[in-house]
Design a protein around this ligand. Structure first.
Ligand code: PLP
Length: 358
């Protein structure tokens, strides 16, 4: 197995001349060890504009910020060609997803891909809902025909595009087929938490034609605001009402809403962070593959690598080297997930990985 020389690591820095010099690429604050590549968070945190807006929001915390929440909805709706009554804000998209499981399943079943984001399955287990977990296909896309065949009348079909943990895409035509063919009483939830990192088209334009389609978005990933807890559910008003029954028309925190608004209003942020994430991810993937390791074809800010041994042991060994990665999905026991960090973090990961793997 090929090791990674200092010179090649320096080469990574040279290949990324812009990183570290620009405001959107600066870490929110210097982070000590360990290197944290285990939650698909952004190494850059909220953008500079979002941080300023969040600071401004602190003074307003004496009041419930409903007007700001409406403004966020209005801006998102305008930018994405949906109507304002088709957008609702939640304290993180995970909450909207959990509410969806409670609203749309049990007794009707939940159909998911495997491996995929576990939050809906966890919620279904609490509820006692039957879960059909359908393996990703050979290209690590959702096997939409098998998902449709799993149950003639499921309560909810959950698809994550790009998928967490693989970072892989499901072709738009396959997603559209599933949405078109799903029974009218079945809600299709398409989780677009990582869509900004990819070139995939969003499912948002399909909402007008499909009353049973719910799309989820988050400010936690590309926008770097995981700790501020802002997520969006987008769907036709009757569907959103079934989610809101659980949320009681709650409102986000003013600093978080202001940060989200500033992120949407920054016309350059998505393209810049998408490009930086892609360069860092693909540079590491190229070196792993060159050294003989199989990796997923990621279009997100995480990828998986097949370590050809129980991956839990590798996660532990990397943690001892102060590099936190993971998780490992039980259905893919030799694969571990790695989140994409900044230049220094990816260097630390590569050094530790090649050392641990020998
Ligand atoms: C696919 C997916 N959806 C939703 C979430 C939750 O995001 P939020 O921070 O908005 O709750 C995550 C978090 O990792 C995720 O991977």
């Amino acid at each position: 197995m090929e090791g990674l020389s200092r010179r090649r690591l320096v080469g990574l820095g040279a290949a990324l001349p812009l990183l570290g010099q620009v405001s959107w690429a600066l870490p929110a604050r210097a982070e000590p060890s360990p290197v944290r590549l285990n939650y698909n968070e952004s190494p850059w945190g909220p953008s500079v504009a979002a941080q300023a807006a969040m600071q401004e929001g602190i003074a307003g915390c004496g009041r419930y910020p409903y007007p700001l929440q409406y403004e966020l909805i209005e801006v998102f709706a305008r930018q994405n060609g949906v109507s304002e009554d088709q957008v609702q804000v939640f304290c993180g998209s995970k909450l909207a997803l959990q509410y969806a499981v409670h609203a749309f399943t049990g007794p009707p079943s939940l159909v998911v891909a495997e491996p995929s984001y576990e939050a809906p399955v966890d919620a279904a287990q609490v509820r006692g809902t039957r879960v059909h977990a359908i393996p990703l296909d050979a290209r690590h896309a959702h096997d939409v025909d098998a998902m449709l065949a799993a149950d003639a009348a499921p309560g909810m079909l959950y698809l994550c595009n790009p998928n967490n943990p693989t970072g892989t895409l499901t072709p738009a035509a396959a997603l559209e087929r599933l949405i078109a063919k799903a029974p009218s009483d079945t809600v299709v939830v398409v989780d677009e938490a990582y869509i900004h990192f990819s070139d995939a088209p969003s499912c948002l334009p399909l909402i007008a034609r499909h009353p049973n389609l719910l799309v989820l978005r988050t400010f936690s990933k590309l926008y770097g605001m995981a700790g501020a807890r802002v997520g969006l559910a987008i769907g036709q008003p009757a569907l959103l009402e079934r989610l809101e029954a659980f949320d009681g028309y709650n409102v986000g925190a003013e600093p978080s809403l202001r940060g989200a608004l500033a992120s949407l209003q920054d016309g350059l942020l998505v393209a810049q962070r998408k490009r930086d994430n892609q360069r860092l991810r693909d540079a590491t993937l190229a070196r792993l593959r060159q050294a003989g390791w199989r990796c997923t074809a990621s279009q997100a800010n995480c990828f998986m690598v097949d370590v050809r041994r129980p991956a839990e042991g590798v996660v532990e060994a990397l943690a001892k080297a102060q590099v936190l990665v993971g998780r490992v999905w039980p259905s893919w026991p030799s694969w571990l997930r790695v989140s994409v960090g900044d230049v220094a973090q990816m260097q630390r990961f590569e050094e530790a990985f090649f050392q641990v793997m020998g």
